[in-house]
Ligand binder design. Sequence first.
Ligand SMILES: NC(=O)c1ccc[n+]([C@@H]2O[C@H](COP(=O)([O-])OP(=O)(O)OC[C@H]3O[C@@H](n4cnc5c(N)ncnc54)[C@H](OP(=O)(O)O)[C@@H]3O)[C@@H](O)[C@H]2O)c1
Length: 433
Amino acid sequence: MTTPLRIGLAGLGTVGGGVGKQLEAEGARLAAISGREIVVSAICARDRSKDRGFDVSGATWFDDPVDMAKNADIDVFVELIGGSDGSAKSAVEAALSSGKHVVTANKALVAHHGAALAALAEKGGAALNYEAAVAGGIPIIKAMREGLLANQISQVSGILNGTCNYILTEMEETGADFGDVLADAQKLGYAEADPSFDVGGTDAAHKLAILASLAFGTAVDFSSVYVEGIEAVTAADIKFAAEFGYRIKLLGTAVQNAQGAIEQRVHPALVAHSAPLASVSGVTNAVSVDGGYVGTVVLTGPGAGEGPTASAVVADIVDIARGIAFPPFILPQSELQPAETLEMGDYSGAYYLRLEAADRAGSMAEVTKALAEADVSIERIVQRPDQGQDGEWLPVVLITHETREATMQRALALLSEHADVVSTPVVIRIQGS
Ligand SMILES: NC(=O)c1ccc[n+]([C@@H]2O[C@H](COP(=O)([O-])OP(=O)(O)OC[C@H]3O[C@@H](n4cnc5c(N)ncnc54)[C@H](OP(=O)(O)O)[C@@H]3O)[C@@H](O)[C@H]2O)c1
């Protein structure tokens, strides 16, 4: 066997601790696979006194991840601290600049700085592996970087945030509203004390920006992702959607049109019950990739948690131990194109629309007339007098034919001012119809 691969593990929390435990438990097998031993030779966290669940006695302690990243006695810098900037970024830059391989689970870092970090990696002849950054335990990066390479990808779409999927699943199953389910999710540890990154869609957007780059050969462009979270989804919308044959999911979708422009969007979407993504429930993640030859491939699995996420990090480390290296975003940096963005106003699709129409004769006709005048054509419409407030308003729910986003937004503005509409209407896009 050749010399051991020396790992510097920065961050010893949920994922970092898991990596330490898996390398310890699977050491002999991984050494046989890799043809060399993998040793954790340096560690770094904030609190030196914490038990990390694996033997750290042989590892050199560092207080500062940047010092560890520069240290000549490590071959691979494993960044499991988190955050798009600060220590994580400085340390990864330091490691790559000194020609060390980097493995990270940090989607925020890769989404914001992926292109610059990949350029540094390329310059130093180092690997930048980030399998765990997208959909945790699902090997979607490997699938796109290796197994699906023959295919031109036209669309990648997925359930990329387990917290949101858990909340939406619970709302559907219990009929409870968003706030109550979120509070329960926080008690159960499925949602952070500050859930805004998850429920607001930013976490899914980080992952989508990375997937879009891999799918379309473009530089990661997080700033072009349209982002809407699930905070405004109500139990009533989930119920009405079910009546029409749909579930509501937070989807991240990236599509390239025939002219090469790319649409990247994260928002709640109605998904037909028969679609594969509709049946993905709870904290589970799923990614669906449409390739020219392979058709549609859907990968489903755990998107977070110690075991799954650490296992993806370990696989990235084993690749380095085996001498397997790929450009971080498939193509050499010089070949990555700047992404031409399709503005959200140019998006086109069917919409779910729920509004509260004044409870008086003729109001429904007025609403449909206003929609027709706004150029929105209705495919299905129902009113539910039993679910409104007698004498005041009744819910009207409709599905539109394919409509441009800009047209829909104009229609919404008109409806919001309309004398027969008593509150701001709710609009949710329908995926894949
Ligand atoms: N948790 C998941 O399921 C999951 C899934 C996919 C991706 N990720 C990503 O994995 C990364 C790590 O997440 P995590 O859940 O493991 O976080 P975590 O449990 O909060 O652990 C963070 C670790 O970083 C250490 N740390 C924080 N600031 C530091 C600093 N300035 N210098 C040195 N060490 C520092 C902490 O030290 P102390 O322990 O001493 O406080 C802790 O060990 C993040 O990028 C996250 O987005 C996580």
